[in-house]
Write a protein that binds this ligand. Structure first.
Ligand code: SF4
Length: 337
């Protein structure tokens, strides 16, 4: 059906076992094109009525259990692993593992890994099933591979808001298998170790250094711009996996204690358009998805900071202690310091 394993037979079996009369389906953007075909098969083979969640789905933080509760008997969520959250209804999580070949780009990474013996290996959920194959390849090429699990993430997995699986690993360098630069940037900032990306989508390998320097320069410019801000909008997401109201309240108190004002803004999806009515505020702080402030920074007219960046802007954290923002799952708490 696609370049992903959608595990339809298994889903049909589970739906029959649960005797579900109505089944909710939720796909991340990249898999939505398969929604109708999956719905058709489930309806034909189980007799259930399928309801497709057509809203955007941004990640494991954004499961439609609240919307589907009372609408469907079970929700099938594709493309992510569950977070340690309480879901309002039965949810079947389907990894939707990629079938993409990884060893080509990993092979390309070998020259960049030269001189490093002990390698930390990580990826995102789509490629987890192939991580063992990648580890074997590295070991056959003389590397010692270290893979760990995190708080709220499984063996070898990083999320854009959760880097716990790579912290305190005794390795000389990291190999991140996947697309984009964001995850590798997070690993660099948390570990200060060289990070090499094996990107199967571009069939190439690259070192993250130049990119992380550029991003940090942009972040420091945003922080500098917010230093004189007197009024802040503190953004809180209603999405269960992104909601950090406690953090927002703490930031509000911190701002008040510094003689500045913070106003909490509660939103579902965050976008520059939704902030337009609040442009009389001097700057914004993002307690929702940590990626938004970094990835979409240029789309916002006013400085948009992470909680840690706010601390720097108001003199509560040293520039040298810059950290990328994380959402701490795993029952730790909602606080992020
Ligand atoms: S909060 Fe952001 S980085 Fe974390 S799972 Fe959601 S979309 Fe991904």
């Amino acid at each position: 059906m696609s370049g992903h394993e959608l595990e339809i037979d298994e889903i049909i079996k589970r739906v029959k076992e649960l005797k579900a009369g109505t089944v909710g389906l939720q796909f991340p953007e990249g898999l939505k094109l398969h929604a109708v075909e999956v719905a058709r098969r489930i309806e034909v083979e189980t007799g259930a009525t399928v309801i497709i969640s057509a809203d955007p789905c941004f990640g494991a933080c954004d499961v439609a259990d609240v919307d589907m509760n009372g609408v469907a008997d079970v929700l099938v969520h594709f493309g992510h692993k569950p977070l340690p959250l309480n879901y309002d209804m039965p949810v079947i999580f389907v990894d939707a593992s990629s079938k993409m070949e990884l060893l080509g780009s990993v092979g390309n990474a070998m020259s960049l890994l030269e001189g490093y013996k002990k390698i930390g290996l990580v990826t995102t959920v789509q490629h987890l099933k192939q991580l063992e194959e990648v580890a074997e390849f590295l070991e056959q090429n003389g590397k010692e591979v270290v893979i760990n699990e995190g708080a709220g993430t499984t063996w070898g997995q990083v999320l854009g808001c959760n880097f716990s699986s790579i912290k305190n690993l005794d390795v000389e360098a990291f190999l991140y298998v996947g697309s984009g630069n964001f995850h590798a940037l997070g690993i660099t900032l948390f570990t200060d170790k060289p990070v090499i990306i094996a990107d199967p989508y571009l069939d190439e390998a690259r070192l993250i250094t130049d990119f992380s320097d550029r991003i940090l320069r942009i972040r420091f410019a945003r922080i500098a711009k917010a230093m004189d801000a007197k009024t802040f909008g503190i953004i809180v997401s209603t999405k269960k996996g992104q909601n950090r109201l406690d953090t927002a309240k703490e930031l509000k108190n911190l701002l008040n204690a510094e003689g500045r004002e913070g106003f909490i803004l509660l939103l579902d999806d965050v976008s520059p358009e939704k902030l337009l009515p609040y442009m009389d505020l001097d700057a914004f702080v993002m307690t929702a998805c940590p990626r938004i402030a970094i990835d979409d920074s240029s789309r916002y007219k006013k400085p948009l900071l992470t909680p840690q960046e706010l601390e720097i802007a108001i003199g509560k954290r040293e520039w040298e202690n810059y950290e990328i923002d994380e959402i701490k799952y795993g029952g730790l708490n909602n606080k992020n310091k």
